[in-house]
Write a protein that binds this ligand. Sequence first.
Ligand SMILES: [Zn+2]
Length: 462
Amino acid sequence: MKIIKLLLSLIIFISQAPFAQVPHLTGEIKISVLNGTIVGDLEYSNLPTLKNYSIWLNTGLNVRYFRDEADTFNYTPEKYYESEKSDEAFQYYFPDKDKKGKFLPSKFKINYVGKFPVINDTLRASNRNDWKGNIAFNGKTIRASEQTCWYPILYDVDNDVEINKVTYDLKIDCIDCESIYVNGSAPQKGKSVSATSNNPTALLMYAGIFDFTKNKETYFIDAKLNPEQEKVLNNWTEKIKGFYEGKLKIPYQNYVAYLSTTPISKKNAWLFVTYPTIAIIGHKYNLNYYFNPNENVLKDSSIIELLSHELGHYYFGTMFVPNAELRWFFLEGITEYLALQTIKEILGENYYKLQMSAHIKRVKDFNPKSLPTVKSNEINETYRYKYIPLLITALEKEIGKEKVWNWLATILKSDKSTKTDYDFLKTSLLKSGISDTTVKNFEEKYILSDKAKENVLRILNN
Ligand SMILES: [Zn+2]
């Protein structure tokens, strides 16, 4: 028995091994927030063995060279653009000798420069042209998330996986900065800092003229809250994290940082997560908006729901990164279900019911395309944020809450190269211990039936 167990654990280890190899990024980044410039002089090492890959780098960054690790010759990369994969980046690869395949060394050096518009006056700014993938210089700071590809990101073409989490040891020089923050390590004061992390992290960089504080386990970056308000936000954060940890039995492994900043457009206002950072972007709707001036309670409960959703992305979005046709089911649908469960627990049944009715109202005239045939881009906002949470709640009514949590935990433990398509949805349900008949019945009644939506709404009203 022992030998079998040993063999089994070995097989599991081997099957996960290629994805356990995390790229390591070292070198120097030079920035000027007033000039809008970025210069990267980096070395990428510990790269996994991939036959079919590309390296993504922001379209505004000009490559001086890709070079071998011993610094003796330049690679001659092929370059192309595939907007369905990334709007923001050019894709590069090194052709092998006969130019038929691709070759990826285990290490390479890269040097690049870029200059971006500094938009410090919204007068001539666009109405809505800021997003997570934008390298945003607002005159005081630079905001660059992993989606911008401000650092080279390896992409596994065959498995449709962006390997954007890296360990790093970086020197950041910014001649006109007061503070520098690289996701995964503590924010620091100074124009020249070293930032290091041994935890694989997607790199959000924020640097410029701003202050930061820490309240217990939570950082507040450019947040402009008073200490009492920070305490309130930290308490809610801990409560939500505690709820998820208890239900999914997987601990949060890092601090949470709230980053509050302005967009470089007139009207954009949104949140995004690059774990452990939750970024709140808006001229008016930034972190300050969550409190009335000089009041130390959150303005309203919808903020707690919002935070629950964003903190839920630690699990679905960070630990487990969905892809394929049901990407939005697993990324946003499940996360919204998590948020609804959280508010039920910490804000009570009545508030939960109100939110459920709001979701039900939103799907009134909505015709969900059946999950086995739906294409990723057909899962629109109503589908992902409203209908899928309701569908999972129907499942909850059928099998009970604990089994749903168990299913969610099972998904989180699944192989990272898994394609999250309809097949995966079914196998994950079965793998979590739900019987074949129960899964079949659920599928027929709530997914395949012509009256699927009616059936979902009917059981929710019971
Ligand atoms: Zn979300």
